[in-house]
Design a protein around this ligand. Structure first.
Ligand code: 5AD
Length: 350
């Protein structure tokens, strides 16, 4: 039976029929409304280091890029930004992201997570790349409860080309371990990578479903200067919107953030299309202004003010969300995508 569905998903993904596209977005919107209702979560993102020991061909902060000004925030400063975000700005879920940066020891990161948890009520998601299993364990014990960890592509051959010295199976092993420990997982893939096929995009959607993450992030590839893929074309906006809508059909209860990469390519107008086509979360960037322009995983990553946390961006995002009859929740809230058991697991944050 599943292969019949897969064929249809593939057809819809490839379809250039405008009426069918609009119908697909509307169907995703209806399913979102039935299954996860009207809560739209706004997460905070803190990019605390752009040092990276990894070699992903598409990524602007890859180790080989010698033309990037590198920065690192010390744990005390990261904690301060996070605690302010939670206690003053009201965020309930924060993603602390960096390149793969071994400068931060497991003790440093544990201290950071504990400090944030001690001083605020916030769900701490980490996005720090591949670390050893003991580190994931220790950080969970310190109080981190989520891990953002994309598998990037479900095509093992493409994965190997894009990630020298690594493999999809290793990536998935990390993901399963993170899940086994008990983290809420956010995972997903890139759309429009050079060499990626429509079939592999369909497999990405089914892999997300099979991994049953609480959140799935799908964003377009955007070329980044000083990388081997700098002259490639970016992923398509329409294709990314179709991926989001189809994911909502295939795995209805998942939280789908509208990624900054999609907003970057499509302009802030695309937010509305994604919000009305299956998406139900956003991220605002809280990285301190003196460093954030250096977190260039793709060109111009943090140059759009609408993505940065400030009075105006919060206001316009809130307006967008409420003007469509939805509710803003700055993170977790009473969340329809989580079971009561999950909520308990997350230390009573309401
Ligand atoms: N375009 C879009 N997304 C990118 N990422 C890295 N480089 C790029 C790029 N050039 C994404 C990866 C990674 C996340 C933190 O950023 O999917 O998991």
């Amino acid at each position: 039976m599943e292969h019949i569905w897969k064929e249809e998903v593939l057809r819809l993904l490839r379809s250039t029929d405008q009426a069918e596209f609009i119908e697909l977005l509307q169907l995703a919107d209806r399913i979102r409304d039935e299954v996860v209702r009207k809560q739209v979560c706004v997460h905070g993102l803190i990019e605390f280091s752009n040092n990276c020991s990894s070699h992903c061909l598409y990524c602007g902060i890859r180790a080989e890029n010698k033309n990037l000004q590198r920065y690192r925030l010390v744990p005390e400063d990261i904690a301060e930004v996070a605690i302010t975000a939670a206690n003053i700005h009201g965020y309930k879920m924060l993603v602390l992201q960096s390149g793969e940066d071994p400068w931060y020891s497991v003790d440093d990161l544990s201290w950071l997570v504990k400090e944030i948890r001690k001083q605020s009520k916030v769900l701490v998601f980490l996005s720090i790349g591949e670390r050893n299993m003991e580190t994931y364990d220790r950080l969970y014990q310190a109080g981190a409860r989520g891990m953002l960890f994309r598998f990037e592509t479900s095509d093992p051959d493409l994965y190997r080309i894009l990630h020298p010295n690594s493999s999809l199976s290793l990536r998935l092993e990390h993901l399963r371990e993170i899940q086994r420990i008990g983290y809420f997982v956010a995972t997903g893939s890139l759309v429009g990578l050079p060499g990626q096929t429509a079939e592999s995009l369909v497999n990405d959607l089914y892999l997300i479903r099979d991994l049953h993450p609480m959140m799935a992030t799908i964003g377009p590839f955007i070329p980044s200067k000083n990388t081997p893929l700098c002259n490639e074309s970016p992923g398509s906006i329409a294709l990314t919107l179709r991926m989001i809508a189809l994911l909502r059909l295939i795995y209805p209860k998942v939280r789908i953030p509208i990624t900054t990469a999609l907003e970057k390519l499509g302009g802030l107008e695309v937010r509305e299309r994604a919000l009305l086509g299956g998406g139900n979360a956003f991220m605002l960037n809280l990285t301190p202004s003196h460093v954030r322009m250096h977190y260039e995983i793709y060109d111009g990553k943090n140059s759009t003010l609408g993505h940065i946390h400030n009075e105006e961006s919060v206001h316009s995002l809130t307006h967008l969300i409420t003007s469509h009859g939805r509710n803003v929740c700055k993170g977790f809230g009473k969340d329809f995508t989580l079971s009561a058991k999950d909520m308990d697991a997350y230390c009573g944050i309401q």
